[in-house]
Design a protein around this ligand. Sequence first.
Ligand code: HEC
Length: 244
Amino acid sequence: MKRAVEIGLPVLGMLLGLAGCQKGPVAPVLHPKANGAALVESSGGRQAGFVGSPLDQPVVVQVNDAQGNGVAGALVSLTAAGDATVTPATGLTADDGTFTVNCQLGGVSGRYRIVATTWDKQGKAITLNLDEIALGYQQNLGRQLNEKYCSRCHNQESTVERVSNYDNLATKPHSFNDGNFYNTVNDADIAAIITYGGAARHQSAEMPSYGGTLSKSDVDALVSYVRAVSDPPYHEKGMTYARQ
Ligand code: HEC
């Protein structure tokens, strides 16, 4: 037993030394300068865009060491489901440990999974899944109406360009991707509060009525948008999911 340990350690040392010389066992073309211990999303997951279009924001992942600090020069490789694409599909992380790619959605409405992979010092793959949402025509119309009329109150995140009104509301509305809530509400009830407003439904009067502004098909488009972006997903009969 003792002997095995004595023999084992130098062999392990040789193997590690070898891996160190080659700077990572998996990249014939790109030579990683370092390896991380974890792979996390920095931004860009769960975006929704029109089928076949590029997403508005890039997808950014970050390779970290065991202490959670970004690792520069680590190899990252990404693949997208179906006919969605990510560009570049492989590369080395920047000084802050991030790797940034652009994503083009596939041609069928539904969810597209992006799998990002990096490798630790032992050559073991570390993966991260990100889901992006391709919207059909009606759902995408709903997205545009949301941007124009709703997101300033329903989106919690303020941006420099469009400061959110969410923080100023006494009653906080739900984010449209809050599937735990919206998946329990039926289409007719969602359409009714949009059309008649909160006050008519004994809810907060801060929710305006849009019956005078939006047509019935606009309201239907908003409902289908809410269904398309919900997380966890809304399982409706006949809904198309992109192949994984
Ligand atoms: C001025 C702020 C404001 C705007 C703009 C706004 N809402 Fe609301 N909305 C609210 C508030 C506040 C509530 C919460 C009502 C309650 O729970 O009493 C709400 C509630 C709702 C609800 C009920 C479920 C929930 O989230 O609580 C739906 C559905 C809804 N809004 C859809 C929309 C749609 C679609 C638009 C755009 C066409 C929109 N809202 C625009 C403030 C707003």
